[in-house]
Ligand binder design. Structure first.
Ligand code: GLN
Length: 473
């Protein structure tokens, strides 16, 4: 395992060799297909620069942290493929704000991680680089779409990794790979430099091995950015020595809509066990209802595909990315470049999105979808008058087999049934591991809270992590 970042900050001389080790291990683990590029030279140079700065006594809150970045987030001069044939040779002319802030704080970017094409998927199998494998069982998926980032953390090659969330792409792979993953409040972290999928849902999130580390990353990455007008005018959480232990008792809501048919009995039992432990240390557990949860998947696939069809219109074969070499006319250029450049799942999304936005269907689907989205938000706002947080499963099952759902898009879409509601409502949500099932596959629990309550949900997550240690799996 990597020396932890606190140790590296006190022993900066170890940073270059630690980066070297990370590069070697990530290369040895290539068959997991977590990384799609390693920044050898850049990471080595950064390791020396950060070491020297720390030795000079500069204060770098994330000095020596080694980080992986999902390959739909921009790092200047580096590839930005989105795992798509269309952007295979594209290099980013600028760096995402979130990455820039991490680097300024002393973090070292190890490389780019694998994903589903344009972040569309729940298994990290839709990638020109091949499917990501789950380190707990290589015949299974890592989850998606940020599967590569989850694996890089689970394998112990990096201290943290960035993913993106539109409907669960950080939390679901975090649950499948047994690491912590946060989707912050919409607007908490600038989206500048994140390739757009569904702009009203998209948010950069982070993976780490503990809630404390997620908090360290969040404090540096959050805050308004003039390059993203949807970033919130909300000061970042105050770091002040790190995540503080939870001292008060909370009202924890257990929404009945998340404990329905289709939820694995082992996951349900694992969650109930945590609930009992939380009750025994003084938290109040309250059964609640969010009746519109059942519409989250249909609404998500209307809103997300509508926005995707519009966002992806920019890949026209003329401006950037792949251009079909023998197009006969302009229309042919668009058609052939997009037709050959995009994979089948991306094309399916564009077609669905174009359909729900088209004249005659707009009111029936898109407008109705927006109205129900509002009802989902109202559900949360009402329930957060009675409880401080919600505790639910992250996923209905543990990691499934590679290939199991690839030909069944609807089954794949249902993987996000417990995660998509938070994106639709914009609330923060966290997944942390709480043990393993009979196949030794990680199980995740999800904590959701009101807008901008990241610190609270992380403090509860931290408490659950410590319960786990005391209580065992
Ligand atoms: N799995 C969902 C989808 O395919 C969510 C993806 C995401 O959060 N980026 O759209």
């Amino acid at each position: 395992m990597l020396p932890n970042p606190e140790h590296l900050k006190n022993h900066p001389e170890l940073i270059p060799e630690t980066v070297e080790q990370s590069l070697t291990r990530a290369r040895e683990g290539e068959d997991l297909r977590a990384f799609v590029a390693l920044f050898d030279e850049r990471a080595r140079n950064d390791s020396i620069r950060v070491r020297d700065a720390l030795l000079r006594g500069e204060s770098l809150p994330l000095g020596g942290w080694i980080i992986g970045v999902k390959d739909n987030i921009a790092v200047k001069g580096q590839q930005l493929t989105c795992a798509s044939r269309l952007l295979k040779n594209f290099r980013s002319p600028f760096t995402a704000t979130a990455v820039e802030r991490l680097e300024k704080a002393g973090a070292i970017i190890l490389g780019k991680t694998n994903l589903d094409e344009f972040a569309m998927g729940s298994s990290s199998e839709n990638s020109i680089f091949g499917a990501v494998r789950n380190p707990h069982d290589r015949s299974r998926v890592a989850g998606g779409s940020s599967g590569g980032s989850a694996v890089a953390v689970a394998a112990g090659w990096v201290h943290g990794a960035l993913g993106s969330e539109t409907g669960g792409s950080v939390r679901q792979p975090a649950a499948f790979c047994g690491v912590a993953g946060l989707k912050p409040t919409y607007g908490r972290i600038s989206r500048y430099g994140l390739v757009a999928f569904g702009s009203s849902l998209d948010q950069i999130g982070q993976f780490a091995s503990s809630c404390r580390h997620i908090f360290d990353l969040l404090c540096v990455m959050s805050g308004v950015d003039r390059m993203d007008s949807s970033s919130a005018h909300m000061p970042p959480p105050v770091h002040n020595g790190g995540l503080r232990p939870l001292e008060k008792s909370l009202r924890i809501g257990i929404p009945r809509e998340y404990f329905v048919e289709g939820l694995s009995a082992e996951i349900r039992d694992a969650i109930y066990k945590v609930v009992e432990q939380l009750r025994s240390i003084g938290h109040q557990v309250i059964e609640v209802s969010l009746p519109y949860t059942q519409y989250a998947i249909p609404v998500y696939y209307i809103v997300a595909t509508a926005e995707a069809s519009s966002n992806l219109a920019r890949y026209d074969g003329a401006r950037y990315g792949w251009r079909h070499p023998d197009a006969a006319s302009l229309a042919d250029l668009y058609e052939s470049s997009r037709g050959d450049g995009f994979g089948s799942e991306v094309r399916r999304r564009i077609m669905m999105g174009t359909f729900v936005l088209s004249a005659g269907y707009y009111d029936a689907y898109y407008r109705k979808g927006q109205q129900v989205r509002r009802c989902i938000l109202d559900d949360y706002q009402r329930v957060f008058l009675d409880v401080d947080v919600l505790l639910t499963p992250t996923t209905p099952t543990t990691a499934f087999h590679l290939g199991e759902k690839i030909d069944d898009p609807l089954a794949m879409y249902l993987s996000d049934i417990f995660t998509a509601p938070a994106n639709l409502a914009g609330v923060p949500a966290l997944s942390i591991p709480i043990g393993k099932d009979g196949n030794r596959l990680p199980i995740g629990v999800q904590i959701q809270g009101p807008h901008f309550s990241e610190e609270l949900i992380l403090r509860l997550g931290d408490q659950i992590e410590s319960l786990d240690k005391a209580g065992g799996e």
